[in-house]
Design a protein around this ligand. Structure first.
Ligand SMILES: NC(=O)c1ccc[n+]([C@@H]2O[C@H](COP(=O)([O-])OP(=O)(O)OC[C@H]3O[C@@H](n4cnc5c(N)ncnc54)[C@H](OP(=O)(O)O)[C@@H]3O)[C@@H](O)[C@H]2O)c1
Length: 245
């Protein structure tokens, strides 16, 4: 039977590659993000590529309770796969203590609270047994990266806790922790030759990762054959932690 997947941040970068991979594998995919035009363009291109209408769009801010409620209300009764990919670091141009508070709180909201909200909202309709939840964490969750690393570390902890709760119901919960993936919105404003050279020098395999590589791992964790893997944070970073630690 065709599965239904929800991929947050599915209009660009890693999320888009996940949507593309899952649609190519035959799933129906709802991509969620704040920019409707970006989502529409991605859906159009992926559907043309797979030769079928498999990708659908739902513009929403996943940190908003109202938007997440509306999304949950608008989805069909059964959801098979939930991919919490929307996230990133939040910039606040305010060096004051108030600015610091905003940056840490907003980063936590975007990377952690969003995933918790959408999971809570969709949990009643996740397939049992067989449901799959995959969160996109980061190599930054293991060391460094200030508010962003701390928020991704919280994602890892939440994934482990939720996995224990949902395992008896046949739902797996895992995270992937990518290293440097430059062809993404995450790096758009910072992608210089110098930055790429620096990051690659810290990546033992000697090259950046691609969105398609991250998508392949997410697709595996979301697959029926991954039912014995749960509560894991799977690194996909070309050995970057070896250089970081
Ligand atoms: N690129 C890397 O090197 C790297 C490494 C490790 C982990 N990651 C993680 O990978 C994930 C995907 O990021 P990416 O690298 O592919 O960058 P990206 O292209 O910027 O993707 C982030 C996506 O999330 C969406 N988004 C952001 N805030 C949102 C919100 N409040 N509500 C709904 N959607 C929202 C964005 O769309 P809108 O702006 O339209 O909402 C965008 O499509 C993130 O969790 C990031 O932390 C990236």
């Amino acid at each position: 039977m065709t599965r239904l997947a929800v991929v947050t941040g599915g209009g660009t970068g890693i999320g888009r590659a996940i949507a593309e991979r899952m649609a190519s594998d035959g799933d129906r995919v709802v991509i969620v993000g704040r920019r409707a035009d970006v989502l529409d363009e991605a859906a159009k291109e992926i559907n043309a590529q797979v030769g079928a209408d498999r990708v659908f769009t739902w513009p929403a801010d996943v940190t908003s309770v109202a938007d997440v409620t509306a999304l949950a209300d608008g989805l069909p009764d059964h959801v098979d796969v939930l991919v919490h990919n929307a996230g990133g670091s939040v910039t606040v141009d305010d060096e004051s203590l108030a600015g610091t508070a905003r940056r840490w709180i907003e980063t936590y909201r975007l990377n952690v609270v969003s995933a918790v909200l959408l999971t809570e909202a969709l949990l009643p309709r996740l397939t049992r047994p067989g449901g799959r939840i995959v969160a996109v964490s980061s190599v930054a969750s293991l060391k460094g990266a200030g508010s962003y690393g701390a928020a991704k570390a919280a994602v890892n902890n939440w994934v482990t806790d939720l996995a224990g709760q949902l395992a008896p119901e046949g739902i797996t919960v895992n995270a992937v922790a990518p290293g440097f993936v430059p062809e993404t919105g995450f790096w758009d404003s910072r992608r210089t030759d110098a930055l790429i050279a620096d990051r690659v020098s810290k990546t033992p395999v000697g090259r950046p990762g691609t969105p398609a590589e991250i998508a392949a791992l997410v697709a595996h964790l979301a697959s029926a054959e991954a039912g014995f893997t749960t509560g894991q944070v799977v690194g996909i970073h070309g050995g970057m932690v070896l250089a970081r630690l």
